[in-house]
Design a protein around this ligand. Structure first.
Ligand code: FAD
Ligand code: NA7
Length: 488
């Protein structure tokens, strides 16, 4: 047995990856502790157990996205015969309360699960003293020392603020604050073009707020750019203002509380100034490695990103220290990725497994007002890898049946399969813009893991009438130059 301060495994970070890993390890009868501590955001937001996804990520954002979609549905409903009154109003306070209540129920659920599975939960901030010892600092300042044979670092990341922009840290918020914001955000400027930026601007627009996005270059770097363009075109045509090729210079708070943002157009060089009620930065995330004393343990970081370097067994430069989730260099920053990596790691450490995590062909969905589901390679990536002559792209612009009756003007519903040109035409990437994109793309991602070819995709019989059937019906190649609009 181990004495009270010695563990088989200490997990630092009780988010998606850390919780999954610690619970799985405890299943093997191991002595496991998980540390979780939330440092307040610059605006003072804090939250409970469960990490980013539960508190300030996937969960609250999908609920707010749903709230925005419902607003759209209310407009549609009239056309379908519902006598919806004209002056419907929306209450931010009600939404935030409902979302926060659900988040709190999840916080509680995670605590119960740790208890039931005999994982010791320590609400403390962990940092290394040496490679086998950590210091845990509790909220009240009490310190304790803990030792373990193995460590898993799963501390995730936090939103970045631009240090060079005066007023940014003082006055702006981030995704860490928006989901619990007490008062309605009002006229909002979202700065950045990450998926988080587009999603936040999307639901704020949908909820009726005057919303602008400021982009310095392209939307959704790393994603298929044709899809990214269509997703943002849709937003622009549905009320989100996009301020292109501009960067913030400073933010000043006026006596009336308004935030006056000065920005610069990087093409013309001109400056502009405009007041907003809320400014939200979504310019990427920094890993939470800076206060962990990782150099004391000997854990190597990427010099530029400050993320932890880990091998295909999630092992860092120190053999008994592992890292999973968003804190690791070159990994998709997604909850199910962190969960799976954590579970497989515990199985390898304590269950005699040799199964490693496959980070390839992980599907994801950007919950913009018109959702964007994607798996595998972008068209750009496929061309770069195989050459334009060896790639066949099938595509279609389609109209969801449910958009016809309410006469929704949507030109951006689009699907694209990026395939190899030879043989059965293996599908390298599948990209879908339209309703319920996540629900649509999940099954196709399983098919792609089985080696889906265009041949098997197009010999699949569709489910009528759905949007997903448009995926199996695609037959126009980009190369042909034919009109890809689905008719009838
Ligand atoms: P986290 O979940 O971030 O957990 C890390 C935990 O460690 C945190 O609780 C942190 O406070 C704690 N911690 C940090 N340092 C210490 C320390 N020294 N000691 C103790 N504890 C510490 N992913 C999806 O799959 N789908 C989505 O729709 C989606 N939407 C998102 C929307 C937003 C706005 C954001 C920001 C992210 C979204 N993500 C989404 C990404 C997803 O949230 C992350 O990939 C996931 O949470 C990563 O899990 P993790 O375990 O690596 O870290
Ligand atoms: P990303 O993917 O890191 O993107 C950051 C975005 O913010 C991107 O649009 C950047 O524009 C923009 N950015 C970064 N710094 C600035 C400043 N200083 N001013 C204005 N705009 C800025 O964001 P996430 O962290 O949300 O995404 C995490 C993961 O999701 C990532 O791995 C992706 O693969 C998917 P840029 O394109 O650099 O001009």
């Amino acid at each position: 047995g181990k004495d009270s301060s010695e563990y088989d495994l200490i997990v630092i970070g009780g988010g998606s990856g850390g919780l999954a890993c610690s619970k799985e390890a405890a299943k093997y009868g191991k002595k496991v502790a998980v540390l979780d501590f939330v440092s307040p955001s610059p605006q003072g937001s804090v939250w409970g157990l469960g990490g980013t996804c539960v508190n300030v990520g996937c969960i609250p954002k999908k609920l707010m996205h749903q709230a925005a979609l419902l607003g759209e549905s209310l407009k549609d409903a009239k056309h379908f015969g519902w006598n919806v009154p004209d002056n419907i109003n929306f209450s931010w306070e009600t939404l935030v309360t409902a979302v926060q209540n659900h988040v709190r129920s999840l916080n509680w659920g995670h605590r119960i699960q740790l208890h039931d599975k005999k994982v010791e939960y320590v609400n403390a901030k962990g940092s290394f003293l040496d490679s086998h010892t950590i210091k845990a600092v509790l909220k009240n300042g009490t310190e304790k020392t803990m030792k373990a044979d193995n460590f898993v670092i799963a501390v995730g990341g936090r939103p970045k603020f631009p240090k060079e922009v005066p007023g940014a840290i003082e006055y702006a918020i981030s995704s860490d604050d928006i989901f619990s914001l007490k008062k309605s955000p009002g006229k909002t400027l979202v700065i950045g073009a990450s998926y988080v930026a587009l999603e936040c601007a999307g639901f704020l627009t949908g909820l009726g707020y005057d919303t602008s996005i400021m982009m310095r270059s392209i939307p959704l770097r790393g994603f298929d750019q044709q899809m990214a363009q269509l997703a943002t075109d849709y937003m622009e045509s549905h009320g989100t203002r996009i301020i292109k090729k501009c960067v913030p210079v400073r933010i000043d708070k006026a006596a009336d509380g308004l935030l006056h943002v000065t920005w610069k157009d990087s093409v013309t060089g001109e400056s502009r100034k405009e007041p907003f009620e809320t400014v939200l930065f979504a310019i990427g995330r920094d890993p939470e490695t800076s206060q962990m004393n990782l150099e004391k343990a000997g854990v190597q970081l990427d010099q530029q990103t400050k993320k932890i370097i880990a091998n295909d067994k999630e092992q860092t430069s120190v053999p008994h220290i592992f890292a999973i989730g968003d804190v690791v260099q070159d990994r998709p920053e997604l909850t199910p990725v962190a969960i799976r990596a954590g579970k497989l790691l515990a199985d390898r450490l304590f269950g005699g497994s040799d199964v490693t995590m496959d980070y390839d062909k992980v599907a994801t969905t950007v919950f913009t007002p018109l959702e964007f589901g994607t798996v595998g390679m972008s068209e750009e990536k496929a061309i770069e890898r195989y050459g334009e002559d060896n790639i066949e792209v099938y595509h279609a612009f389609y109209k969801p049946l449910e958009f016809t009756v309410p006469e929704r003007k949507v030109e951006q519903c689009y699907i694209k399969a990026v395939c190899l040109r030879e043989g059965d035409q293996q599908v390298l990437g599948l990209h879908f813009l339209g309703p319920s994109a996540g629900e649509v793309i999940q099954g196709f991602s399983a098919a792609m893991r089985c080696g889906l070819s265009y041949h098997s995709l197009s010999s699949t019989v569709g489910i009528h009438p759905t949007c997903a059937e448009e995926v199996v019906k695609m037959h126009i190649t980009k190369r042909s130059g034919d009109d890809p609009t689905v008719t009838g």
